[in-house]
Design a protein around this ligand. Structure first.
Ligand code: G3P
Length: 218
């Protein structure tokens, strides 16, 4: 399973890249706003900086919600860097935009997926990725992980090449469950990924090794 970092924070992207644990980055307008990135030129520059740090795919989301606007924005974003994947919301114009961008060789990530039907339409239109949101389903009392299981089954059964990015991951347990479910990618906050390192026996074992070493070596 690949890991993408779900952030627009350059420091965190650099940290994860140096650890060798990420295969790409996903952003969205909220994550860009969180970093205080505003204005078309600054946003473009920021995407380029992300692409220069990380080796893999970088999802950049359109703001338009109409077909023409999404195509114009998507083409501009894709032209910024070969690693850019254009993130498009799963609405009717979005599905049409995915079809159009795909026919032009531009890769897409269909976002805000909350049910299998939405993912199926995005896959049929040629989306490179679909992004089901686990945490936001859990937030309203539904089972986000069940959606991941459903999508793995459906996309595998019908042989779609579309990859599943499990998104809206809130904790380490979500990541482990995504691995078991067979998601292609988990896009996560950095602390959820580094949380995979934590085990009390590791901490206790390390402390004992160092204490034993100190007894003889001072
Ligand atoms: O990038 C989309 C998604 O991961 C958002 O997560 O935590 O805002 O629901 P969250």
């Amino acid at each position: 399973m690949k890991f993408f970092l779900d952030t627009a924070n350059l420091e965190q992207i650099q940290t994860a890249q140096l650890m060798g644990i990420i295969d790409g980055v996903t952003t969205n307008p909220s994550l860009m706003a969180k970093e205080g990135i505003t204005g078309e030129d600054n946003i473009k520059t920021h995407y380029k900086k992300i692409c220069e740090i990380v080796d893999g795919d970088v999802s950049a989301e359109v703001i338009s919600t109409d077909f023409k606007g999404m195509i114009a924005e998507g083409e501009k974003l894709a032209a910024l860097h070969k690693q850019i994947v254009v993130k498009i919301p799963v609405i009717a114009d979005g599905i049409r935009a995915i079809k159009d961008l795909t026919s032009k060789g531009i890769r897409t990530n269909c976002t805000l997926i909350f049910n299998p039907g939405q993912a199926l339409l995005a896959a049929k239109a040629g989306a490179s990725y679909v992004s089901p949101f686990i945490g936001r389903l859990d937030d309203i009392g539904q089972d986000g992980m069940e959606l991941i299981h459903q999508l793995v089954h459906i996309l595998d059964t019908y042989g779609f090449e579309t990859e599943i990015i499990a998104a809206s991951i809130r904790n380490t347990n979500h990541i482990l469950q995504c691995m078991e479910a067979g998601a292609d990618v988990a896009t996560c906050p950095l602390d959820a990924i580094t949380g995979l390192l934590n085990h009390p026996l590791t901490d206790a074992g390390l402390e004992k090794f160092l204490a034993d070493h100190r007894k003889l070596n001072g």
